[in-house]
Structure formats: C-alpha cells, structure tokens
Design a protein around this ligand. Structure first.
Ligand SMILES: Nc1nc2c(ncn2[C@@H]2O[C@H](COP(=O)(O)OP(=O)(O)OP(=O)(O)O)[C@@H](O)[C@H]2O)c(=O)[nH]1
Length: 363
C-alpha cells in the first residue's frame, strides 16, 4: 500500500472529523444550482457559460470565478446526474470553516490565517466541498513544506541524538523505530537508556533494541543518567558507531529536576565532544492535541530542541495540531508515528499529510 494510502487508512481510522465536517459544511447550506444568485466580485472577469461545456472542473488555483447564476450544464441535464452541491463562500461559511479547523486542533491563530487565505481568492464564489478541501490541503501543505525535513545525518561520528518528551509520548518506541531504520540504511547505532529511574522504561527500550538489532546500554536503577550518557558516548566513540541515541526521562511533574537532569547530560556529553548533542528530538503525542504546543514551549526552555517527531497520528482526529506546531514554531518535523510496529514511522510528507487530514484528493 502506498504511504498515502496507509496514512489515510490509519491516521483517521477512528474518525475523520475534519473530512466529514467539510462535507457537511457545504451540504448544510448548499444552494439549488440554478437559483443561486450572488454578486460577482466587481474586479473579477465573468466567464460566459457555454451550453456545450462539460460540468465545471474544480481547481483551487483558478482565479476566474464561476458565473454566479450558472445553470446546470447540458451534460448534467441530459444525464440527469446532479452536480456537486455548492455553497457561497460568505462570512457565515468562513466562520463555520474557522470553527471546524479549531475543532480539528489547528488552533485559533492558524485557523484564522488559513481561512483568510482561502477566502482571499474565493470570497463570494459558489464552491464545492472538493474545492474547499483542495484549497485547504494546499494551504496546509504551504505551511508544512518548510518544516518537513528528515533527521539530518552528519559526517560527524558518533552523531549524538538526545530524545526528549513527556512520559508516554512514544520516545522509546520512536527510538526503536529510528534505530531500525538507520540500521537498515547501513548505520551502526547504539542506544542509551537514560530514564534510569524507571525500570519498566529501561526494559522496554531493551525490547526495542533487540527488535532493531541494536545494543542498549543501561545503568542501575536510580543512577545518574548523565553518567550513563558519558559512558555511552565513550563506548560509541571507541566502537566507532555512527549514531548514539539517548533516551531521557519525561517527568514534567518536577520540571526543575528534569531541566537540571537534561542540562547535566548535555554538560557531560560536551566533555567528550563539545559539539554534542547534534540533535535534540522532541517526541510529541498527537492525541494530546493543543497540549502539544505547551510541551514544545516547556521543552524548549529545558533543552535546545532541534526537531520534532509526532507519534500516534493513527486513530486520532487531532492531527491538525501538527499544522499549528509548524505555523507557530517552524521546528523541523522529522517523522510521524502511525502505529506501534517497528516500521510504523514515516518521513513527514506535507502533501500526503494535508490530503489525509482534509480528505482531499489533491496529493
Ligand atoms: N498507535 C500508536 N501508538 C504508539 C505510537 N508510538 C508509540 N505508541 C505507543 O504509546 C505507548 C507509549 O510509548 P513509549 O514509547 O513507551 O513512550 P515513552 O515516551 O517512552 O514513555 P515512557 O517510557 O513512559 O517514558 C506505547 O504503548 C506505544 O506502543 C504510534 O505512532 N501509534
């Protein structure tokens, strides 16, 4: 199955609220085709309806508005098939679209920006659901394109990747998936189980290490994570590994302690390599919706976050938060998690994501 197919199937398996909402948006107030009378924007040229032309092809990039009072095409009258319902894009519809986007976790700021851009070239026009979905997908793609960047791989060996995020966000799983992908790409990887306070977290990482075929360095429960990080970097250098991935604790309950713990890990890593860590990956759980924005703020205060991985995009209708994140922070999005299996981590493709989120066919 193509990535888009898989993403679509998984991302909103439980419910595609935005997709359904957009369908309802136009259908709710659709005008009978032949009766719609709206004012054509004065500056817009009017395209005469040709009696022999096919039903209008809906493309968001066409700036020429539909004639407001267009009758059903000859083809649709002959075949008796209904054309797609249309609704005038007016203030009411824009407001409803904004609400829909806010509900889909794009956040108020991003929702307003996106709808304003859609309205800029279409206000007063009679639009179909497909046109709105496609326009929305284009806007989302435009926001996301600058941030869609795979985890950079440097010539520097070992490249140290610090992985941060709250408990349960999917750090361990993501480290396992990434390690497996890097191994498949011929890189040698070593993992350090830096959440030394939770035996279960260490065990889980060992399971993932086995699955990925990658060694996992551990330390006794309750020992200093910075000391483990130091030992792990020493070993990675001695054994010539390409990548060292360091898991960390995610106890936000005691923010000051966590901040000190992360700072200390960075300090000791720099004793061995002053350029380390080379990446600080923040793992976020899509199902937390807008809370993910707060987590970025908090972790940016605690560490030098260089990129994001968004997990659990399968089966949530809250994936829109990724758009808000891209719009607000502009941090690179390296990958997205779409399941619990080892190969369920995909590079982030903005057009595919936008198509899956909106239910559009434009990708
Ligand atoms: N559906 C789904 N589940 C995921 C994904 N990524 C992680 N999970 C699940 O989320 C749960 C938490 O993942 P972990 O990797 O243990 O999270 P963590 O951040 O390491 O959490 P702690 O070990 O508590 O610090 C596990 O049950 C994973 O299987 C994903 O992309 N999709």
């Amino acid at each position: 199955m193509s990535f888009l197919g898989k993403l679509r199937e998984r991302m909103f398996r439980s419910s595609s609220k935005l997709d359904e909402g957009l369908d309802a948006l136009v259908a709710a107030d659709a005008e009978p085709e032949a009766e719609a009378e709206v004012e054509t924007p004065p500056e817009a040229p009017v395209v005469p309806a040709s009696p022999t032309s096919a039903p209008p092809v809906v493309t968001p990039s066409v700036d020429v508005p539909e004639p407001a009072s267009a009758k059903p095409s000859l083809l649709s009258r002959l075949t008796g098939r209904r054309e797609a319902p249309r609704r005038v894009l007016d203030d009411d519809m824009i407001e409803e679209l904004e609400d829909l986007l806010v509900q889909a976790d794009l956040g108020v700021e991003t929702a307003l920006k996106v709808t304003a851009n859609i309205a800029a070239t279409r206000f007063g026009r009679r639009v179909t659901t497909a046109e709105i979905k496609s326009a929305l997908a284009d806007e989302i793609t435009r926001i996301m394109e600058p941030v869609a960047r795979p985890l950079p791989i440097y010539a520097k060996r070992p490249q140290v990747v610090l992985v941060v995020g709250v408990n349960g966000a999917g750090k361990t799983t993501t480290i396992g998936k990434l390690a497996s992908q890097f191994r498949a790409a011929g890189k040698s990887v070593i993992i350090a189980a830096g959440d030394t306070f939770r035996a279960a977290a260490v065990e889980q990482l060992q399971v993932w290490g086995e699955r990925a075929g990658v060694p996992v360095m551990t330390a006794p429960e309750g020992s200093d994570p910075a000391s483990l990080a130091y030992d792990a970097l020493t070993r990675a250098q001695a054994e010539g590994h390409d990548l060292l991935m360091i898991d960390t604790a995610g106890r936000l309950q005691n923010r000051a302690d966590l901040m000190e713990e992360l700072a200390k890990i960075v300090r000791v890593l720099r004793k061995k390599d002053e350029t380390a860590p080379h990446n600080t990956l923040l793992v976020l759980d899509a199902t937390t919706g807008q809370n993910a924005l707060n987590q970025v703020e908090v972790f940016r205060q605690m560490s030098d976050v260089s990129g994001l991985v968004m997990t659990k995009l399968d089966g949530t209708a809250r994936g829109g938060v990724l758009v808000a994140l891209a719009d607000r922070f502009g941090l690179p999005i390296h990958a997205i998690g779409v399941g619990e299996q080892i190969d369920d981590l995909s590079p982030f493709d903005p057009a595919d994501f936008a198509a899956a989120l909106t239910g559009s066919d434009s990708a």
